[in-house]
Ligand binder design. Structure first.
Ligand SMILES: [Zn+2]
Ligand SMILES: [Zn+2]
Length: 390
């Protein structure tokens, strides 16, 4: 398929050559094993240089030494966290003791378990790396002084051939773009988020409720969060209602009198019924998207095209396989290791930030940036850059 595509006369394959990974990989020096009897010194890590996250150029804020991260934007996620924690605290304070005594200890214990799943997946979705791609991997060589200023810039759009899982299509071409902010050729399905100012691998969408992008590394946490919050809401309604009904039967009073006695429990029933609507809708929407093998972004963008022009390049051919491939795929490692020590000349990073997030320009930093060898680009781009236009 790749060969036939390249041989088509009207097909532009500029920049589509397969690249060797050596030229574009960031300089991640692996530490040599400490052989007995030899004194292996780490020549790159310098404790005074700080951690990787202090040099990160995206619009991201870090805490706990780079262990937690969030978008440097409105921290709406604090409100989202409170929307889960407050009703849970009210339930544990006002309903759990009664249900423990008069129904079963299993009822509050199971609620605690669902709450823990919901809150921990919320934290992971909100404060972990969604799959931010490393920057500056494919820098174009700087323009020559004598070069014609009207010379056309190298192309920033391209096509990548991917293997298709559909039985009647062997392969498909999907668009790939060069990101001018991150200086990288984005892999298929990656997008640049304007709020985070990062390219994110298999970006689903930017979620304002968790104040983070939802991408390849945290989609499953996000989905677990909306699903478990839906279950928690249903459980909250059921358990609070049970408390009122049990009280009215045991004491032989009307439902209205029982509500009057357990006002917090009734408030939780109302809160659960209203608060559950959004997570229910999101759970349904994401089950639908996963079944199609599309991200939120791909699904919404496909509606800009005519129906006959829409295609799903990443579907696995069946609903079940599409669900499995998202929910059971391994979580890839982070590309940045934000809490690791910074190593001099690491081209993925920029100038150091201080605690407030402002840049700390140093003269050494300029030298470091100059010492980074620019990425030479695909062969066709290289030729184009060196051959002046006639
Ligand atoms: Zn980008
Ligand atoms: Zn984002």
């Amino acid at each position: 398929m790749g060969d036939s595509a390249a041989n088509r006369p009207n097909h532009d394959m500029h920049g589509a050559e397969k690249l060797s990974s050596g030229a574009s990989s960031p300089r991640l020096t692996s530490r040599p094993p400490n052989v007995a009897g030899t004194d292996v010194k780490d020549t790159h890590s310098n404790p005074q240089l700080g951690r990787n996250h202090e040099y990160f150029e995206g619009n991201t804020v870090f805490c706990l030494g780079g262990r937690l991260q969030n978008t440097r934007h409105r921290p709406i996620n604090i409100g989202t966290g409170l929307l889960i924690v407050l009703p849970a605290a009210l339930f544990f304070g006002a309903c759990a003791p009664y249900l423990w005594q008069h129904l079963s200890p299993a009822v509050p214990i199971l609620f605690a378990y669902i709450f823990l799943i919901s809150f921990s997946s919320f934290l992971r979705a909100s404060a972990s790396d969604p799959g931010i791609l490393p920057r500056n991997l494919h820098q174009f060589p700087p323009a020559d002084e004598n070069e014609d200023p009207l010379r056309l810039a190298p192309p920033t759009n391209d096509w990548t051939v991917i293997k298709s899982a559909e039985p009647n299509v062997a392969a498909m071409e999907v668009p790939t773009k060069f990101c001018k902010s991150c200086n990288i050729w984005r892999p298929p399905r990656a997008h640049h988020c304007r709020l985070c100012d990062n390219c994110v691998e298999t970006q689903d969408h930017h979620c304002v409720w968790v104040n983070n992008c939802v991408g390849r590394r945290n989609y499953r946490y996000f989905f677990t969060f909306v699903t478990s919050t839906t279950i928690m809401g249903l459980y909250l309604i059921g358990a609070s209602l049970a408390q009122i009904i049990i009280y009215s039967r045991r004491e032989g009073v009307s439902f209205g009198q029982a509500v009057d006695h357990f006002r917090i429990a009734f408030t939780l029933v109302i809160y659960g019924a209203l608060g559950i609507l959004y997570p229910v809708a999101l759970t349904g929407y994401h089950l639908f998207l996963m079944a199609r093998g599309e991200t939120t972004r791909e699904f919404l963008n496909s509606h800009k095209l005519l129906k006959q022009d829409r295609y799903r390049a990443f579907t696995q051919g069946s609903i079940l396989r599409n669900w499995l491939v998202v929910l059971c795929r391994p979580r890839p490692p982070t590309y940045h290791r934000f809490k690791d020590r910074y190593e001099e000349g690491d081209q993925r990073f920029g100038e150091r930030r201080n605690l407030r997030g402002d840049r700390m320009p140093t003269s050494d930093q300029d030298m470091e940036m100059h010492s980074v060898r620019p990425f030479q680009g695909p062969v066709s781009l290289r030729n184009e850059a060196s051959t002046p236009l006639s």
